[in-house]
Design a protein around this ligand. Structure first.
Ligand code: AMP
Ligand code: ZN
Length: 107
């Protein structure tokens, strides 16, 4: 737990963020500034910085939760985005789940 970390505060239930899904090591909630019709954040309960520090179990669980969301909501295509190090704004590991995105993109 990092007192200054917004995602740690969400994990602790200190905000009014609606938790959409919870698993052993993760929570899922909507991104506050959506960049796609469906934009969820899959967030570790533990304060881990990013993919360079993550354990295999948590990383595998991210895969399971992401594919589980797509299956449960019948989302035919989705993107997963992870920003690490200086590329991230919140230094608490999360993966962006972006659904209903167009296939006509450069990246
Ligand atoms: P990044 O670390 O670059 O992957 O970006 C952090 C993401 O977290 C951004 O897309 C923000 O909109 C999102 N975010 C920051 N604070 C909150 C919050 N309190 N609730 C939901 N999403 C948030
Ligand atoms: Zn944190």
């Amino acid at each position: 737990m990092n007192e200054d970390c917004i995602f740690c505060r969400i994990v602790k239930g200190e905000t009014d963020t609606k938790i959409i899904k919870e698993s052993e090591r993760l929570i899922v909630f909507k991104d506050i500034s959506p960049q796609a019709p469906i934009h969820l954040l899959i967030v570790a309960k533990k304060h881990i910085q990013d993919i360079t520090r993550i354990d295999e179990e948590t990383w595998n669980e991210i895969k399971d939760v992401a594919t589980g969301i797509a299956k449960a909501r019948s989302i035919p295509g989705f993107r997963l985005v992870h920003n690490a190090g200086d590329a991230s704004l919140v230094k608490h590991i999360h993966v962006h789940f972006l659904g209903e995105v167009s296939g006509e993109r450069k990246l």
